[in-house]
Design a protein around this ligand. Structure first.
Ligand SMILES: Nc1nc2c(ncn2[C@@H]2O[C@H](COP(=O)(O)OP(=O)(O)OP(=O)(O)O)[C@@H](O)[C@H]2O)c(=O)[nH]1
Ligand SMILES: [Mg+2]
Length: 290
């Protein structure tokens, strides 16, 4: 074959090769998101099925028995799977709230001062630092810290479907100038179909209470409820005009209150800097059993 012909074939194959590479990257990305335990379960299920088919061919074992064993193991596998997908806690909130410092406090018990604006989600699968001295086997938690920068917020949608709980971190010091932006982000989360349908519990964590200028959780709760009440009206007008699958918040005709949400919404205080994060740890353990 001459060189020209070879080059022509190579050029013709190029788009297919690129397409193949793209598919491979997608599959690889998908596989990375699956916790290892789910992969073990899938491999075990395939192995068990193959083994039983082999046994049935070589002995007189009845198909009835095989089907019942396979279905039992699948049900059992699904139960484990359901359990494993819900060990994820997502840290969300505006940039500068203290999510990354909270992440390090949970993992290492130190504040890792000097964090910069995160440019990608920070993810870890670990036993909480406060629990490392406890005896016995303690289940690890998967904590994901999603950056607050508006361009990176869509990343939240990748983690919410597997979240057992969402922590919405608020800067209790710089709260008033950011109240509108905080409320808008919180409104967006509370009306997500993935949150409403699975009733994912949410903790509004008012961080930086080590500072004397920090607002109290009661104050922040009231201001957020008032601002979300206003947003309900303005957002409804937009969604009436422009078809949207957003869920509506609260009880129509009544001032908005977090107690109206279909999912449980609590408000708590913390200081990531000094390590006062007990309400956060309790929230995590209420939703990811040790
Ligand atoms: N005083 C005080 N400062 C805090 C506390 N938590 C975080 N900070 C400071 O707030 C700043 C922002 O903290 P980060 O953890 O980087 O904020 P973030 O929410 O991860 O921000 P993005 O990654 O941009 O979304 C840092 O300078 C921290 O040192 C706290 O509890 N008290
Ligand atoms: Mg960060």
């Amino acid at each position: 074959m001459d060189v020209d012909k070879f080059e022509l074939i190579k050029a013709q194959l190029q788009p297919f090769l690129r397409q193949g590479e793209e598919y491979f990257r997608r599959v690889e990305g998908f596989a990375r998101e699956i916790p290892p335990i789910q992969i073990y379960i899938a491999v075990a299920a395939v192995f068990l099925t193959t083994l039983l088919i082999y046994i049935s061919n070589s002995t007189t074992l009845s198909w009835h028995l095989i089907i019942s064993v396979v279905s039992d193991s699948l049900v059992c596998g699904l139960r484990v799977l359901k359990h494993t997908v819900s060990n994820t806690i997502v840290l969300s909130g505006l940039s500068g709230g203290g999510k990354t410092v909270l992440f390090y406090q949970l993992r290492d018990g130190t504040s890792h001062q000097g964090t910069v604006t995160s440019m990608e989600p920070n993810e870890g699968h670990f036993v909480l630092n406060s629990e490392t001295s406890k005896k016995g086997k303690i289940k690890a938690v998967r904590i994901v810290d999603v950056p607050g920068h508006s361009r990176l917020r869509p990343k939240l949608d990748e983690y919410i479907p597997v979240a057992a709980g969402i922590v919405f971190v608020v800067d209790a010091v710089e709260f008033l100038p950011n109240c509108r932006a905080v409320s808008e982000y919180l409104y967006d989360i509370l009306t997500k179909a993935s949150v409403v349908k699975r009733k994912i519990p949410l903790l509004i964590l008012c961080n930086k209470v080590d500072k004397v200028t920090a607002h109290t959780k009661e104050f922040i709760r009231k201001q957020l409820e008032k601002e979300i009440d206003k947003l309900r009206t303005s957002r409804k007008a937009v969604s009436d005009a422009d078809i949207s699958n957003e869920f509506t918040l609260g009880v129509p005709g009544e001032p908005f209150s977090f107690s109206h949400c279909v999912n449980k919404v609590n408000v708590a205080e913390a200081s990531a800097l000094t390590g006062e994060i007990q309400p956060l740890e309790h929230f995590i353990r209420d939703h990811v059993k040790p």
